[in-house]
Design a protein around this ligand. Structure first.
Ligand code: DGL
Length: 265
């Protein structure tokens, strides 16, 4: 591993580019290699065993780039596979759940809502991370399985999305949450629709910023330091046109193309 080694980022699909965007803004001179397992998305409806197996294979692909750090941008993969990844990889691994929990605990007056995929919510990873930081917290959990396909469809603030958001989130608002953790990479894309339901009084927590700060500490690379140009390669396991459209929506037209790779069997 050298200082010019890239930072690897893994997500089940394209949503993790929201984390890459935060990392590029914080560390503009670093090299990034991103892998989205678009062929197997969604992870959020699958079992822990399957998500762990897919994540370990993706980590193998990313390891071939000799990264100095692996960021698991996917909440579902972080919740399922982080301990196993830590045991089986030589590089340091960072997930998104602990940084998101830390941000939420700083923001809340005591009642936190957490939304995520079915698998993330069922894992109990967020309540564990939140209560480790503040045992007295009241925590309300809500899986939002329809949010991922709505985001993938580009229906970020569509009337249907607002209605789905109302059905999922009104119980949390009625229960008096003051902070809502967006525990899935896709959910920041739906922030306007989510905000319309929860109102201005609820703090929305997107862990991307917190992860970017943790990565900056880990690679000891203050913004602007180093002589690198900064770059990002974006690999996907299925390069269907809809994924390129979504990538361009998140990162802008500088995304020329997505590189197709496969995971080892
Ligand atoms: N990237 C996943 C996450 O953050 C959501 C998409 C999926 O279900 O694969 O949980």
């Amino acid at each position: 591993m050298t200082d010019s080694a890239p930072i690897a980022i893994f997500d089940s699909g394209i949503g993790g580019l929201t984390v890459l965007a935060a990392l590029q803004a914080r560390l503009p001179r670093e090299r990034f290699v991103y892998l989205g397992d678009t062929a197997r998305l969604p992870y959020g409806t699958k079992s822990t065993e399957t998500v762990t197996r897919y994540t370990l294979r993706a980590a193998q692909v990313l390891s071939s780039f000799a990264p100095k750090l692996l960021v698991v941008a996917c909440n579902t993969a972080s919740a399922a596979a982080l301990p196993e990844l830590g045991r089986s990889l030589a590089v340091p691994v960072l997930g998104v759940i602990e940084p998101g929990a830390r941000t939420a605990v700083r923001a809340t007056r005591g009642r936190v809502g957490v939304i995520g995929t079915e698998s993330t919510i069922a894992s109990g990873a967020y309540p564990r991370a939140l209560r480790a930081l503040r045992p007295s917290l009241e925590i309300l959990l809500q899986p939002c399985p329809l949010f991922v396909p709505l985001a993938e469809e580009g229906w970020f603030d569509h009337p249907v999305t607002r209605e789905v958001a109302r059905i999922y989130l009104e119980p949390l608002v009625s229960a008096g949450i003051d902070t809502l953790v967006l525990g899935c990479t896709h959910y920041p894309l739906l922030a306007t629709a989510i905000r319309a339901v929860v109102g201005e009084g609820v703090t929305l927590v997107d862990s991307a910023q917190a992860v970017a700060e943790d990565v900056a500490v880990q690679v000891r690379s203050p913004a602007g330091a180093g002589g690198g140009e900064g770059s990002a390669r974006i690999l996907v396991t299925d390069a269907a046109p809809r994924f390129l459209r979504l990538a361009r929506f998140i990162l802008g037209d500088r995304v020329a193309s997505l590189e197709a790779v496969d995971l080892p069997a």
